[in-house]
Design a protein around this ligand. Structure first.
Ligand code: R5P
Length: 292
C-alpha cells in the first residue's frame, strides 16, 4: 500500500525521518486558527487508497487533540485506507486509577477516544504504572519503541563511574535494564507524592555510592521536575557531586526546566520525544524503523 506522512506542527523532523525511511512523500495541509481560537484545516495532498502516517507527539494534549482529530477525519473522508499515529509521547497515561470518588480514569477514556479515529498507534516508553501494557487499554494495535539502549549508550559515552537512580519501584525493571546495558549499579527512590509539586524522596543505599560514583537520575517523564529537584537536594545533603539528570519525555511544565537548572545538576539531557532544548538523545531513526 502506498504511504504518505504528515507532520502536525512541531513534528517535522520526525515526519521527515519516517518519510525517508519509508521512501514516501510528505503530505501537506493548511491550518488556520480563527480569532475565536477554533481550527480550520484543509487537506492539500492525495491520500486516497494510502496508509497515512501522522507524526504528532501528544504533550499538552488538550490543545493538540482536536487538530489531530479533525485532520484524521478529513483524511478518512478523502479515502485513506489506514491511519497510523506516531506519537512519541503518549499523554494521559498517569491518571490510571480513581484515587477519590468522582474521579475519572482518563487514561482509559483517552485511549478509547484516540482509537475511535486512528487505526494503529506507535509510541515511545509509555508511562505504565498500574497498567501493565498498552494493549490492556488501547483497542487498536500498538507498537512501543524502547529508549533504554539509547540512554545506556549515552551514559557509557558521557559519564564516568555512573550509578543510576530510578524514580520509583515501578521503574525498577526499566532502570535495571538501562543500568545493565551501561554496566553500572543502580538504586531506586522511595518516593511519596502528596501534590503536583509536593514530593518526598529518599535514596536507599546511597552511602555505598556517594564518594566513588557520579549519580545519574533517570526518569521517564520530567513534568514539574519536583522528583528530580528533591532527589538533587537529597544528594546534596549527603555530600554528593552534582548529578546528571536524564529524562525520556521532556514535558517540563511551566518554569520546571529553569527550576531544575537552578537546583544544580551537572547536566540535563532528554530524548527527543518532545522537542526541547534539553534533547540530546535522538530516537527518531529507531521510531521510524518500527514502520514498514
Ligand atoms: C512517576 O511515576 C513518573 O515516573 C515520574 O517520576 C513523574 O511523572 C515525574 O513528575 P515530576 O517531574 O512532576 O516530579
Amino acid at each position: 500500500m502506498d504511504k504518505i506522512v504528515f507532520a502536525l506542527p512541531g513534528n517535522e523532523e520526525l515526519a521527515k525521518k519516517i518519510a525517508a525511511h519509508l521512501n514516501c512523500s510528505l503530505g501537506s495541509f493548511a491550518y488556520h486558527r480563527f480569532p475565536d481560537e477554533e481550527s480550520y484545516i484543509r487537506l492539500e495532498s492525495d491520500v486516497s487508497g494510502k496508509e497515512v502516517i501522522l507524526a504528532c507527539t501528544l504533550d499538552r494534549p488538550d490543545t493538540k487533540f482536536l487538530q489531530l482529530y479533525f485532520l484524521s477525519e478529513i483524511i478518512r473522508d478523502a479515502g485513506a485506507d489506514k491511519i497510523t499515529l506516531v506519537s512519541p509521547y503518549l499523554s494521559y497515561m498517569r491518571q490510571d486509577k480513581k484515587f477519590n470518588p468522582g474521579e475519572c480514569i482518563t487514561s482509559e477514556h483517552f485511549a478509547n477516544l484516540l482509537s475511535s479515529f486512528v487505526d494503529e498507534l506507535i509510541t515511545v516508553d509509555p508511562h505504565l504504572h498500574r497498567i501493565n501494557s498498552l494493549e490492556s487499554i488501547y483497542p487498536i494495535p500498538t507498537k512501543v519503541f524502547h529508549s533504554s539502549a539509547h540512554i545506556s549508550k549515552w551514559i557509557k559515552e558521557n559519564v564516568e563511574h555512573p550509578v543510576l537512580i530510578g524514580p520509583d519501584m515501578e521503574s525498577k525493571q526499566w532502570v535495571g535494564e538501562v543500568a545493565k546495558e551501561a554496566g553500572a549499579p543502580y538504586t531506586v527512590l522511595s518516593k511519596i507524592r502528596t501534590g503536583d509539586k509536593k514530593v518526598k524522596v529518599s535514596i536507599p543505599q546511597i552511602h555505598k555510592y556517594i564518594s566513588k560514583y557520579t549519580p545519574v537520575i533517570v526518569d521517564d517523564i520530567i513534568s514539574t521536575a519536583a522528583t528530580m529537584i528533591r532527589t538533587i537536594e537529597h544528594l546534596q545533603e549527603e555530600g554528593s557531586i552534582p548529578p546528571v539528570c536524564i529524562g525520556i519525555h521532556a514535558v517540563f511544565s511551566g518554569m520546571a526546566y529553569n527550576d531544575l537548572q537552578k537546583s544544580g545538576p551537572s547536566k540535563i539531557i532528554t530524548c527527543n520525544t518532545i522537542p526541547h532544548i534539553s534533547n540530546g538523545i535522538d530516537l527518531n531513526s529507531g521510531i521510524a524503523n518500527l514502520l514498514k
